[in-house]
Design a protein around this ligand. Sequence first.
Ligand code: S3P
Length: 459
Amino acid sequence: MATVKDQGSAAESGSRLIQVTPGQGVRGTAFVPPDKSLSHRAAMLGAIAEGTTVVRSFLTALDTLATLDCLRALGVEVAGPKDGTVIIKGRPGSSGAGAGFDEPDHVLDAGNSGTTLRLLAGLAAPHPIFWVATGDASLRRRPMGRVIEPLERMGARIMARRGGLAPLAITGGALSGIVWRTSVASAQVKSAILLAGLQARGLTRVEEPAQSRDHTERMLAFFGAELRRGEGWAELQGPQRLRGRTVTVPGDPSSAAFFWVAAAILPGSEVRTPEVGLNPTRIEVLRVLEEMGAEVDVRPAPERGPEPAGDVTVRGPSELRAVRIEGRRVPLLIDELPVLAVAALHARGTSQIRDAAELRYKESDRIDALAHELRQLGFSVETFPDGLGISGPQRALGGEAWSHGDHRLAMALVVAALAGKRPSVVKGTECIETSFPGFAAAMDRLARPGNARVVEQPA
Ligand code: S3P
């Protein structure tokens, strides 16, 4: 993996930047983009289901568009996204009546998306085709051995670069079920194995050291699969058929978290995010903000589909309290930890984020890269092999920071800059397109009543 210094040498490569002028708080209502995890899964399950699947409020962003392109390359008929709707005609393989996936004649590109590459490996491995998949420089640095190993045990043949890195070359075929205990709590690994197991012969069971997000389990049941599950485990008997469904995707709580934290750290703020996903494995961030002293109001809507959703309002207190985040809580917060570190900077006392070494294997090394860039903005931060130590309250002094090509780092740095003493620039913000197109404009709307500005422009 490249060091922070190596990555820093590519800082000039960003094509966009965000200028942040701090102000007095954020106020208003923000509709956040549809959930990324759910959009990937709805499309992938639709691809192996019998009949037609309609995904409403599909996230139109680079990561999820990469999933649709990969499915098309495998012969799946995908229409859209048009006005946020995607229509998929499934190609079930051995588990269904259809012919399964076609062998693609070109290399599949998962772009920046670990979910695309890892879940697709499990989804397509039971189909008797040869295919090659890769991604951008960040994805080609991320560990794929964690899905290669179980899928090979199930009967797939997979070649990778040394260290289990993409590109991956996969020869699929008839697979057998597996009982697999993962060494890290990872929804992507669990999902890859369950998707392969669904189309394999016999029992597949995944056990993880702590519960990770459970969207795949919920979505499988919604598409008609039978599975059993409990805290930290899920199992199913294969092969099983899925039936195409209509899925409406709620707003992404991981995208909303940038607004929630902005409201929490800027006294006098109030932000409402309507129709956001309320899956308990995704909204631990709200519990943490509450513990830190923010006022959080959650109003669930009537359930209509595989996932709960509703409106969330966060109000900023006059002062936040420090927090310790560790253990089984970490997988439930994994994508929110960069922005929670920003919240901790603004809290009184010493906060720690520990047991979070997984952060080093995300779109960037989110421990070293985040600490390095926060220091560029004038903060003092301590790093550990498995997390961060933060004493507060501190405010950004102003400066220039770089995203490291990581969307969540870019957005977390903008939030930190917004609560700063002087203007800042966050460079390399084009990566935000992977999950949250329109982020800067949405944050700008919330910040304007407090005379702050968040403006994106070409670098
Ligand atoms: C995801 C799972 C998480 C998360 C990623 C999306 C998913 O990764 O970080 O952004 O959709 O399954 P791991 O569960 O592998 O840590």
